[in-house]
Ligand binder design. Structure first.
Ligand code: URP
Ligand code: ZN
Ligand code: ZN
Length: 455
């Protein structure tokens, strides 16, 4: 064997149990108790530690492009290294179709960019920004893209689809047996609010939240659920932020619609108050942070399994690129970092404070994302024959989050100063150690593209 991990508590989405793992050629070869006399090049003692399947963060934006220009601070190399240091071994990023151009071309270009840089395994969603090139969907599916992202807003960035286009896309994706994934906010409401707030001189970060009210999310989700019902397409709702949105997800599931949903650590842990103060501009993302009642409602929906997964929507910007606090809210780039802190934050919040179980945590952050997008059981499981992607996690170590202890390329963090109990101590990708004792120690670009399959 190449590696034995002994004395740890293994956790998958079903149970926690004491066992040892034997790994060879990148795969889990045996899960066993006692001493099987395996010869191994390296033995790791995980006593008093938990062993999780590597996290699958199925919604991230590394080297985000806006109309073809890279605008975010990290790239696939720095982003995936930070991810590995946070226990994430698989990401799904996005190839955004440039309106009027071929989505297949965007996919091949994005894949080429990522292939030479990624430290962990990855796949891609493809964002559709018009109804041209629908004939490329079958090829994209055969290339391993299962999910087609749509936006109901961001018309000013040429990203949105109107209702007629949404219906066309949904029908086509259903026909090709793919799925759609939606960023749902009502564009007319958002645009009108932005214009009137700016005209009234209301430019502070808090007005970002006012410009994108609850009803904008609720209305757009309700509309796309109707289109889902009419077309029968499988729908995934991206980054739910409101009580109303999560209630709609719950009702849709009860009606038997083929729909899943996600939220992010920041919508559970932070609220609108973060927009006050001189650093409020840093926390601008869309949809925005909400109210305490929404945090509680989302938590309830995480607890009862309505919300299927927790992902980060990681999108990293420096202070400078966010305008150093000098821009009106509508000109501040949207997005916050999150990939390296999601596991310790969610462990501390969901397990230590909200008393969820370890299998629930692993289901939310590893198994379900792999299942929904078609990477399971290769990813998101601890089973003989699957990829040896693992996180060794110390539930007892205490850390205070600061930018200095992280591997991001920026000097700020939304959770700076927050103390958490529990931190990853080792991350392993296909049997190779990537992160150990606070440092990235692995090969820099040995991540692989993963073909998703939901058939
Ligand atoms: O505010 C968010 N969610 N930023 C991520 C990148 C984008 O524009 O969707
Ligand atoms: Zn989005
Ligand atoms: Zn996003």
């Amino acid at each position: 064997m190449d590696l034995i991990i002994k004395n740890g508590t293994l956790v998958d989405s079903i149970r926690c149990y004491q066992a040892n793992l034997a790994i060879a050629e990148g795969k889990i070869r045996a899960i066993f108790l006692g001493n099987k006399n395996y010869k191994a090049e390296k033995v790791v003692d995980a006593e008093k530690k938990m062993v999780f399947p590597g996290l699958v963060d199925s919604h991230v934006h590394f080297q985000l492009q806006d109309m073809g220009k890279i605008i975010s601070t990290d790239n696939f190399a720095s982003g995936t290294k930070a991810a590995a240091c946070g226990g994430v071994t698989t990401i799904i990023d996005f190839a955004d179709q440039m309106r009027g151009e071929s989505p297949l071309k965007s996919f091949y270009e994005r894949k080429k960019d990522a292939d030479s840089q990624v430290a962990i395994d990855y796949s891609l969603h493809v964002s559709k920004t018009d109804t041209k090139f629908l004939d490329e969907i079958p090829t994209l599916i055969s290339e391993g893209v299962t999910s087609f992202k749509f936006f109901t807003t961001y018309s000013w960035r040429n990203l949105d689809l109107d209702d007629a286009e949404l219906l066309v896309l949904f029908r086509e994706v259903k026909k090709c047996r793919g799925m759609v994934m939606g960023h749902c906010e009502n564009d007319d409401m958002v645009i009108r609010n932005i214009n009137s707030l700016i005209q009234a001189g209301k430019t502070d970060p808090i007005f970002h939240a006012h410009s994108r009210p609850h009803i904008a999310e609720e209305e757009a989700i309700q509309r796309v659920l109707l289109f889902t019902k009419k077309t029968g397409v499988k729908l995934h709702l991206a980054h739910l932020t409101t009580k109303e949105g999560s209630d709609l997800l719950s009702q849709a599931k009860k009606q038997g619609l083929n729909v899943t949903g996600e939220t992010c650590p920041h919508y559970l842990l932070l609220n609108e108050r973060e927009y006050k103060g001189s650093e409020g501009y840093l926390n601008l993302m869309s949809p925005p942070l909400r109210h305490a009642k929404d945090q509680q409602a989302l938590m309830k929906r995480v607890q009862d399994g309505t919300i299927d997964q927790i992902i980060t929507d990681h999108c990293e910007f420096s202070r400078k690129s966010k305008g150093d606090g000098n821009f009106p809210f509508h000109q501040v780039l949207n997005g916050i970092p999150g990939i390296e802190t999601s596991l310790p934050l969610m462990h501390d919040f969901l397990i230590n404070k909200q008393k969820l179980t370890y299998p629930q945590l692993i289901s939310l952050m590893s198994t379900k994302p792999a299942q929904i997008f078609g990477l399971y059981p290769q990813k998101g499981s601890l089973m003989v024959g699957t990829d040896a992607d693992l996180v060794i996690f110390d539930p007892n170590v205490e850390r205070t989050i600061t930018p200095e202890i992280l591997h991001y390329s920026i000097d700020w963090n939304p959770y700076s100063g927050l103390k958490v109990e529990g931190w990853p101590v080792m991350t392993i990708l296909r049997g190779k150690i990537l992160y150990e004792k606070g440092n990235f120690v692995g090969p820099h670009n040995k991540g692989k593209f993963l073909k998703c399959s939901i058939r």
